[in-house]
Design a protein around this ligand. Sequence first.
Ligand code: NAD
Length: 315
Amino acid sequence: MRIVVTGAAGFLGSHVVDALAEAGHEVLAADAPARALNPAASRRNWAGLADRAARLEIDLAVDDLAPLAAADAVVHLAGRPGVRTSWGAGRAPAERDNVVATRRLLQACAARRPRVIVASSSSVYGSRDLPTREDDPLSPASPYAAGKVEVERLAAVAARDGLPVTVLRYFSVYGPRQRPDMAFHRFIEAALDGRPLPVFGDGRRSRSFTHVADVVDATLRAAAADLPGGTVLNVGRPEPVTVRAAIDLLGELLGGRPAVRGQEPVAGDATRTWADSGRAARLLGWTAGTGLAEGLADQLAWHRGLRVRDRVGAA
Ligand SMILES: NC(=O)c1ccc[n+]([C@@H]2O[C@H](COP(=O)([O-])OP(=O)(O)OC[C@H]3O[C@@H](n4cnc5c(N)ncnc54)[C@H](O)[C@@H]3O)[C@@H](O)[C@H]2O)c1
């Protein structure tokens, strides 16, 4: 298949491109790395894609998107992620790169109708003390989450208009190349520097942390599946883990519990996310197989490798 991946220079996008290329698909990687929340990370990933896919620098909020619609499937991962950074001055870029970019992409796909996978987020649910199912009421508590609700509405309208769109609600993804603004990335870098781990709030928040390999697996299955237009699927590991418990696991991997430095909790950050992924299991045959200890070891190895490469590069 010929598959377009938007946000290909990002954390999730770069892994999805790797997996699609590995599976023998013809991949067009699309991104505007200067637009990224973490431009240096996206530029690094972008350079790494050169031998895997054709690359197209394109701003989804501005440029002509017709070249992206000429595909069998479009995996739309471009956007401005993050609850914390969507407040204040972050509102406008979040609206632009999430809502406007998605509206323009769906419009560009309306005539040729490739299968489209759209990235949404567990943050659309807000905080809930029970496993969340796709039909549960949405309760966005930040500009980012509200933008993702709008993205889902745009996808639903496009589906009613005949576009085969699937919405994937990703739950806290981690693993190699995790974004520098995300918790495990910040924790591991701090631990390797010998600094206390910067933790927002009291560490009692819990998340359905989901390893990127499982997220890629779900995304590729969705891109290959013939689902009814407008299908929404949770993509998350069902067992929520507290931030404290994750830090304990990290301590075991590092050979000692690291010191922690508490920071003000983030407005709009859910106290708990908890995926019910039964629908993805039924429709895609997917479950998240990677446990947190194994997944954290994988991410830690990536950070260590990055430091070695940076030292060698600097020498
Ligand atoms: N990482 C997670 O845990 C997580 C959880 C839920 C949802 N999501 C969603 O998944 C998607 C990917 O997340 P990520 O963590 O890989 O983020 P990321 O920031 O690493 O990647 C997003 C990429 O989109 C690109 N981009 C942004 N605006 C663009 C524009 N106008 N035109 C072209 N490219 C643009 C950026 O340059 C960046 O490379 C996002 O939509 C995010 O909201 C991620």
